[in-house]
Design a protein around this ligand. Structure first.
Ligand code: MG
Length: 158
């Protein structure tokens, strides 16, 4: 049985915060603001897993009203989702994702992001696609007000 899931996320960019994407710290003058570490890509992938399993979303499982999740590393959320997935007998087939960020260029970070996600999702790096887009100077991404991420995931239960 196959299940597909989709997730997206957006975080405001501000000065004085780190920019974490897919668990990796990105060198940037602006960082992402949020209750946890504000890792938009990891949140999108986590939501895609919850979506594939029809188990709500990241907010259902990790309310941002809870003090314990303040500044939490988002891989904690992702690992939890992977645990639920495995409990239900599913494994990841592949992931495709897009990060929308005006600056900096993410090319040099992409393979390390893929490697980190592959380890948590327990699949080969070749099954994880991470693409980077800019906003061409327009809208919240283009004006460097936001970082966005979208992800689709395919799960399989033999
Ligand atoms: Mg988020």
């Amino acid at each position: 049985m196959f299940r597909i899931g989709f997730g997206n996320d957006v975080h405001r960019l501000v000065e004085g915060k780190p920019l974490i994407l897919g668990g990796l710290r990105i060198e940037s003058d602006l960082g992402a603001e949020g209750h946890s570490d504000a890792d938009a890509l990891t949140h999108a992938v986590t939501d895609a897993i919850f979506g594939a399993l029809a188990l709500g979303d990241i907010g259902t499982h990790f309310s941002d009203g809870q003090e314990r999740w303040r500044n939490a590393e988002s891989f904690v959320f992702l690992c939890y989702a992977v645990g639920l997935m495995k409990e239900k007998g599913f494994a990841v087939v592949n992931v495709d994702s897009i990060i929308s960020l005006e600056k900096p260029k993410l090319r040099e970070y992409i393979d390390e992001i893929r490697e980190g996600l592959a380890a948590v999702l327990e699949i080969e790096q070749s099954c994880i696609s991470v693409k980077a887009k800019t906003g061409e100077g327009m809208g919240s991404v283009g004006e460097r007000k936001a970082v966005k991420a979208e992800a689709v995931i395919l799960l399989h239960r033999p």
